[in-house]
Design a protein around this ligand. Sequence first.
Ligand SMILES: [Zn+2]
Length: 248
Amino acid sequence: MAAHQLYLLTLGELAYPNPAKGAPERVPITAYLIRTARGRTILVDSGAPAALTGAADSGNRIPGASVSIAPEDDIVARLGKLGLRPSDISLLVTSHFDWEHCGGHAVFAEAGTPALVQRAHYEHALAHPERYDPALFSFPGWEYQLIEGDTEIERGIALLETSGESIGHQSVYVNTANGAVLLPIDAIPWTSIAQTREFPEWTEDAVAANESVEKLMEFALDYRTYTIFGHDPEQWASLPASPRAFNR
Ligand SMILES: [Zn+2]
């Protein structure tokens, strides 16, 4: 039976001085670490760029927004608290290439970590450098394994194609030792979107985003998951943080 362990990594905080439509004012920057039943170590996303560690300003990546990243919020520091080095990661899964999800990828490119992303998103991101900074995710000599659509990567761990907020975005399902969990990531960044469907202004395809919410909510019902939203400040604060394993 699957006995995966899930760890919730806090990699900083993002603040909107004038909250975007439907967005909370301050949101956590999140990533996830899965220790799998087969002994693999899977990292989902890598947080904001290390260069922003300790900085109060994200530059112009989101107009008017600022980040705060404490030294302990650095991905390498968070992994260290779990007794892991970047070279211990078996697989890096990317939800999408927005800067606060792939900003730590350079470390894993250097370590030669196997990496995986949806083909549709990879191609879209390369064609839209104005949103997806290739300096953060494209490194010579480091190739992504490109997948197409829903993919089970180990029994009880699946990647779900959830395009919309970004084209070719993917979410994650993991059947943990402490219950089944759905990680929509930015397909449902905070709880209220599931009800209001008021998608943030940076949503690339609102029709697809709506379909992805439907898909995820159906999946959550079918598999009786606990759903952890991508950037929900209240829910995130209520959950056990790494180095403690997820438990509900
Ligand atoms: Zn995000």
